[in-house]
Design a protein around this ligand. Structure first.
Ligand code: GSH
Length: 215
């Protein structure tokens, strides 16, 4: 399986961490986001959306990060990470759709304003952040409630839903996500997701690097 990705982006980290979580080996075709290789004609032939990541497996091309995780889980039959039980699977699918349609677009605003713009010596736009505030708190509240009664998003064990929903908040401190009122969400992220080996291995730090600061 070949993955076209730049490990520093949200949806690429999601897929790389997810494949590791699933135990699916892959070959990384590094596609540099900051030099816009996702807009090159060669890449557009693979993913006409001009967005990362994309997958190629025995001539089968797939884009949409969550679809890649679903495909990979089924390919290796990892029923712990993506159970086949009707309701559990529907629950996971629901979180994957919600992440893509609601959570990622909201958390992304904070990532752009607090992490991407400073890289280009631009200041965060307070009006843009203020405009996202109500929506972000509505969404974070949904996660807070769920994680108040469930160790992981879809039950007692981690699944691809946790990897997908964690990805948009992967730099939560640097993103300055307003998580003060969400203890269950913070605990899930810092004491559960961030302790997963797959998450550790795909660490992204300040300045969008994969290198950790010396202790
Ligand atoms: N729904 C898509 C979203 C993909 C996406 O937006 N990827 C970002 C990186 S996280 C990207 O490549 N954006 C293109 C750009 O900013 O030029 C997925 O989950 O794969």
């Amino acid at each position: 399986m070949k993955i076209y990705a730049d490990p520093i982006t949200v949806n690429c980290r999601k897929v790389l961490a997810g494949l590791d979580f699933l135990g699916v080996p892959y070959e990384l075709a590094h596609t540099d986001y900051f030099t816009a290789q996702q807009k090159s004609p060669a890449y557009l032939a693979i993913n006409p959306n001009a967005s990362l990541p994309a997958m190629e497996d025995d001539g089968f091309v797939l884009w949409e990060s969550n679809a890649i995780l679903q495909y990979a889980a089924d390919k290796v039959g990892n029923e712990s990470a993506y159970p086949r039980d009707l309701k559990t699977r529907a629950d996971i699918n629901r979180w994957l759709l919600w992440e893509s349609s609601s959570w990622f677009p909201s958390a992304y605003v904070y990532l752009v304003e607090h992490c991407v713009k400073p890289l280009f010596s631009q200041a965060p736009d307070a009006a843009v952040l203020a405009a996202q505030d109500v929506n972000f708190h509505k969404l974070a509240g949904i996660l807070e409630t769920r994680l108040g009664t469930s160790a992981w998003l879809a039950g007692p064990n981690p699944t691809i839903a946790d990897i997908a929903v964690a990805a948009p908040m992967h730099m939560h401190s640097l993103q300055k996500l307003p998580l003060e009122n969400y203890p269950n969400l913070r605990r899930w992220m810092t004491e559960r997701v961030e302790k997963l080996p797959c998450w550790e291995k795909t660490y992204v730090g300040p300045g969008f690097t994969l290198g950790r600061a010396a202790a």
